[in-house]
Design a protein around this ligand. Structure first.
Ligand SMILES: C[S@@+](CC[C@H](N)C(=O)[O-])C[C@H]1O[C@@H](n2cnc3c(N)ncnc32)[C@H](O)[C@@H]1O
Length: 226
């Protein structure tokens, strides 16, 4: 079974199938459109993946510059977002290199991407967190970070100390925190186990199959800096 990073590099269809089942109540769309003015804005999106976040605002935005370090994910995003190809510019970029981005934006957004860098960086995590905050807030008037607050759990909490450190730092640096539910829904528990397990691993798969779950809870944190 591929790990998450192998999924991003080579199995974007599997990832896309997963996120297509997430947020069946459309809460992310409602939140982003009730709270953010996207009309005519220049947007920068980091870690675009297959374009799931982009779809929420692309109709209204004027121009969108998107980044990811996986060509495989970008190729799938290009298919998913082909309707809007005239207003999207794609680039391969590692989140560590945000300082090389020359564009200025009205809004920067990232979804479930910066958290990977924070978790991986055991040596200089605090500096990496400060870099992500500094390099985004100086490039846009409004910055939106979206990260997990727990998958297949009963209440919202940062999954682990490393992400907790990240989320605390966001609040300490002036980001306002919101938490929404973006639960997954599948047609039956076998499908849920196959797709969730393909990304999150066997223990998630076994739990879903054993408890015959068709709806899997997901809590999502949204941090906004103005
Ligand atoms: C969980 S997916 C989120 C994708 C998309 N934002 C979404 O909401 O579905 C994480 C994405 O971040 C990208 N990614 C992970 N680490 C990265 C890094 N260091 N630099 C740039 N992109 C990275 C992956 O290739 C993947 O597309």
């Amino acid at each position: 079974m591929p790990n998450m990073f192998e999924v991003y590099q080579s199995y974007s269809d599997l990832y896309d199938e997963l996120v297509n089942h997430e947020d069946y109540n459309n809460n992310l769309y409602k939140f982003l459109n009730n709270n953010i003015q996207w009309e005519n804005k220049i947007v920068g999106e980091f870690g675009i993946g297959t374009g799931r976040v982009t779809k929420n605002y692309i109709d209204k935005a004027q121009k969108v510059f998107v980044y990811d370090n996986s060509q495989n994910m970008i190729d799938k995003a290009k298919i998913n977002l082909s309707k809007w190809s005239d207003k999207i510019e794609y680039s391969i970029l590692d989140n560590k290199q945000i300082n090389s981005v020359e564009n200025k934006f009205d809004i920067i957004i990232e979804g479930w991407s910066f958290g990977h860098l924070v978790v991986q960086d055991n040596e200089t995590r605090a500096q990496t967190i400060q870099m992500l905050i500094k390099e985004t807030t100086k490039r846009a008037d409004k910055v939106i970070f979206i990260e997990t607050m727990g998958t297949n759990v009963e209440s919202s909490n940062p999954p682990g100390e490393k992400l907790a450190q990240f989320y605390h730092a966001l609040v300490d640096n002036g980001f306002k925190e919101y938490i929404i539910e973006t639960d997954y829904k599948f047609s039956n528990h076998e499908e849920a186990g196959r797709i969730m397990g393909g990304f999150f691993g066997d223990s998630m798969k076994n739990d879903i199959i054993q408890r015959k779950l068709e709806i899997i809870k997901e809590f999502t944190g949204i941090w906004i800096y103005n």
